[in-house]
Design a binder for this molecule. Structure first.
Ligand code: NOJ
Length: 445
């Protein structure tokens, strides 16, 4: 295989998440999520923006699926909003919630597009946060009940399930830095959340196996991609340690390697609430690992940091998120995972970039910088496959510009431009580039 061509059955997709695109947050019996509460709290998001309307995909999914059909997609990765199914997170189920996902999935299947369904993309029912949220063990159990309900209702139509999206963000941004919902700043709580998210994942995998269904189930973490700033031994060790918090705290237990002890030792005040049997549950075999990857950073030794590393400035050009554009980083991360965790099947479940997109006088969006980004990252993916990584697919983030969490609508990640004034969809140049990639199963120069 060359750096251009992908395997015949490579799965090409695009990705979104419920709170970022759906809107309709008060319709058809949907309950309140922590992101509704957080975004409606003054000062938490840019300009106080919320996901109340977002891209209105709840009402415009037919138009969106038609665009996806034009793209020639094999898969659409989207998430189910837990509070649409269980407005209180548990107990009384809301049938109207499933109706929407049935309609969406039926449209996708009719267009020849496989649904790839994420069960948790950060919109925890507020009622469960009120009972303690992820730092509380029962949230993991409620998640497993909700997951089982989804398998029962949709399992005959859905072949790809993802338990959690970026659990590291849910734990550390939600409960340590407070930059994301529920906006708590308490490090011990964040580490309790880590373990309960992992447990929730394992319980959901178990629930899926119990159904006897024959689809595939995995998880989509965002392990840090880090390279040593120099070849000095201390920097090599620093870069390795920089992978503990965001990579090994999740991948370790999932792949039966446990939690990284040196990381736990660095934070003795943040014990993990592990109970007997938990580690076996978390290590239930997954069918694939999803990988969300955007950027790689350089780390060097820092004696003053509890984990003895710091992230250093680098020379790479940056996206609008201020994330370095590092296509080689995805190659290195794929290879690292392949080696560390014994050659798992991988899907890149998120990759893409926010750029300063505008509509030109000709009515189009000429996002040449995004096309460059994609070409280079896809080259790295193709090379990783050539070099033995079992990479089976790629779902680009994102199908359409959407609500970028605390940054509101200021960051455009889509290959479709969303005009938020009137909800008009305008395919960007990268849409047509990606359409050609999919059609030819190769990345074009
Ligand atoms: C991570 C998240 O999964 C997604 O929700 C977010 O919009 C993108 N990456 C870009 O930050």
């Amino acid at each position: 295989m060359s750096g251009l061509q992908f395997p015949d059955d490579f799965l090409w997709g695009v990705a979104t998440a419920s709170y970022q695109v759906e809107g309709a947050t008060t319709e058809d019996g949907r309950g309140v999520s922590i992101w509704d509460t957080f975004s409606h709290t003054p000062g938490k998001t840019l300009h106080g923006q919320t996901g109340d309307v977002a891209c209105d995909q709840y009402h415009r999914y037919e138009e969106d699926v038609a665009l996806m059909r034009d793209l020639g997609l094999g898969a659409y990765r989207f998430s189910i909003a837990w509070p649409r199914i269980f407005p209180q997170g548990k107990g009384q189920r809301n049938p109207a919630g499933f109706d929407y996902y049935h309609r969406l999935i039926d449209k996708l299947l009719a267009a020849g597009i496989q649904p790839m369904v994420t069960l948790y993309h950060w919109d925890l029912p507020q009622a469960l946060q009120d009972e303690g949220g992820w730092p509380a063990r029962q949230t993991a159990e409620y998640f497993a009940d909700y997951a089982a309900e989804c398998f029962g209702e949709l399992g005959d139509k859905v072949k790809f399930w993802i338990t959690l999206n970026e659990p590291a963000c849910a734990a550390y941004l939600g409960y340590e830095t407070g930059l994301h919902a529920p906006g708590i700043q308490d490090m011990p709580q964040a580490y309790r959340a880590v373990h309960h998210l992992n447990l929730a994942h394992g319980l959901a995998v178990q629930a899926y196996r119990d159904t006897g269904q024959n689809g595939e189930i995995g998880i989509a973490p965002n392990p840090s991609a880090v390279r040593p700033a120099t070849r000095r031994e201390e920097d090599v060790l620093a870069a390795d340690r920089a992978r503990d918090k965001w990579a090994r705290m999740f991948l370790g237990p999932i792949f039966s390697k446990g939690y990284p002890q040196r990381h736990l030792d660095a934070y003795p005040d943040c014990p993990l609430p592990i109970e007997d049997g938990d580690m076996e549950i978390i290590a239930r075999k997954i069918d694939f690992l999803g990988l969300n990857m955007y950027t790689e950073e350089a780390a060097g030794h820092d004696e003053s940091h509890p984990e003895k590393y710091k992230i250093l400035p680098n020379y790479h050009p940056k996206t609008e998120m201020d994330w370095s554009i590092t296509p080689l980083g995805i190659y290195r991360l794929l290879k690292w995972i392949d080696k560390q965790y014994d050659h798992p099947t991988i899907y890149v479940t998120e990759n893409g970039c926010a750029m300063a997109d505008t509509l030109s006088p000709d009515g189009r969006c000429h996002d040449a910088d995004r096309i460059d980004f994609l070409k280079n990252y896809l080259r790295s993916c193709a090379e990783a496959i050539t070099d033995g990584v079992d990479l089976r697919g790629y779902t680009l983030w994102s199908f359409i510009d959407n609500f970028e969490w605390s940054l509101g609508y200021s960051k455009r990640f889509g290959i479709v431009y969303c005009d938020y004034v009137n909800q008009r969809r305008v395919p960007k140049d990268s849409f047509y580039y990606y359409r050609d990639v999919i059609a030819g199963n190769e990345r074009f120069d």
